[in-house]
Design a protein around this ligand. Structure first.
Ligand code: KG4
Ligand code: ZN
Length: 354
């Protein structure tokens, strides 16, 4: 089927514990996000201390049809007017991925439209270009892309749409996972990143000298940093019972631990990303995923890039955490480049980017 200039894509994102639906329209002058709905399940999983897959998929089943209705009404469109239906096909929780993919396939079959299975990581990776695309692939300039989320920490050399080279990944915890685990040790909320960032403000990032692991490699490791925080806490606790996991730190010490931990993560992310951009001779660095919401990380990555004469482009704040707009955007670019998926294509919990 030939690609039309005017195309409307509906995407579902259900790879983990957020249910999201977005409708994105593309015409000659660019694209317009008609609707982007996200239902968070954080509260449903909080009391279990982690995501319970069956609860996540049951909630997707409850939320997805409601979000579809709401998205169509906000976008003032009917589902029958959508040109293509997309869904995240991996990586993620199998039972969660199945819900979004099955709904998208059902809609595509029912309305006789195209279906696209989209890699969640490609959604993140392309999200810094959201809002600037004019001519499909031509505008995905070569870049070194840092994807930092709760599940992934990756460095990718992007040479164009679908032309990705994975050059680094975490050998243990993802950066967001380290934020979440350290927040838990400190008795802060979930997800931990925003809480640590809040407490880090005004803290001394140099007070505690946490390790910067795997310097010189393009891979990442955050588990040593997490352990360093764990060993430090009993030594600086002021509470009665020093064996408790929620240490009674005074406000200043808490701020300093958060600031020092955050700075250790930022140093590693910034150093490796800039070194990769220089090594692979690209003059654009992009950053996406939940951890890239972090203002201090954004500022330091921008400053480090600019010192080396490298352009820096981060996903907009609202696009950093999981959402369906980034999946719709990736689907739109892929459609424009002539890609589509078969409805027989399966979801893959371990789907690789390359
Ligand atoms: O991209 P995302 O929504 O989900 C995954 O695909 O994993 O990322 C969620 C992660 C969580 O680990 C959360 O703690 C982290 O992003 N995060 C942050 C911030 N906001 C969210 N980490 C550091 N600073 C933040 N402001
Ligand atoms: Zn994500």
């Amino acid at each position: 089927m030939p690609y039309n200039w005017l195309v409307t894509v509906l995407a579902l994102e259900t790879s983990c514990d957020e249910t999201a639906v977005a409708i994105l329209r593309r015409d000659r002058s660019g694209h317009e996000l008609l609707a982007s709905e996200v239902a968070s399940q954080v509260a449903a999983h909080e009391k279990y201390g982690g995501i319970v897959p069956e609860i996540a998929s049951r909630n997707h089943l409850i939320y997805a049809p409601r979000l579809l209705d709401r998205a169509a009404s906000v976008a003032k469109t009917r589902l029958s007017e959508i040109d293509a239906f997309a869904a995240t096909s991996g990586p993620g929780l199998a039972s969660s991925l199945m819900i979004g993919a099955t709904i998208a396939k059902g809609l595509a079959i029912g309305f006789g439209k195209r279906y696209l299975g989209i890699n969640h990581l490609e959604g993140h990776l392309l999200s810094p270009f959201f809002g600037v695309e004019k001519d499909g692939d031509n505008d995905i300039k070569p870049n070194v892309s840092l994807i930092v989320s709760g599940g992934h920490t990756m460095l990718v050399v992007v040479r164009g749409l679908t032309n990705y080279q994975l050059i680094g990944h975490t050998v243990d915890d993802a950066a967001g996972e380290a934020f979440d685990k350290v927040a838990k040790m400190l008795g802060l909320g979930y997800p931990g990143g925003p809480d640590i960032e809040k407490h880090a403000r005004g803290g001394d990032p140099k007070r505690f000298d946490f390790p910067r692991s795997m310097v010189g490699s393009e891979n990442f490791s955050f588990s040593g940093l997490k352990t360093a925080v764990r060993y430090l806490l009993p030594k600086i606790a002021s509470g009665e019972d020093r064996r408790l996991t929620q240490y009674n730190l005074d406000a200043r010490t808490l701020r300093d631990v958060c600031a020092s931990f955050q700075q250790a993560v930022i140093d590693v992310l910034v150093t490796k990303t800039i070194a990769a951009a220089q090594k692979y001779r690209v003059n654009l660095v992009t950053m996406s995923g939940g951890v890239s919401c972090n203002q201090e990380l954004r500022t330091q990555m921008r400053e480090a890039s600019s010192r080396k004469g490298i352009e820096f482009k981060s996903a907009e704040q609202w696009l950093c955490t999981d959402n369906a707009a980034m999946i719709a955007f990736a689907a739109l670019l892929r459609l424009r480049a002539g890609f589509e998926s078969q409805v027989t294509e399966e979801i893959d919990p371990n789907l690789a980017l390359v």
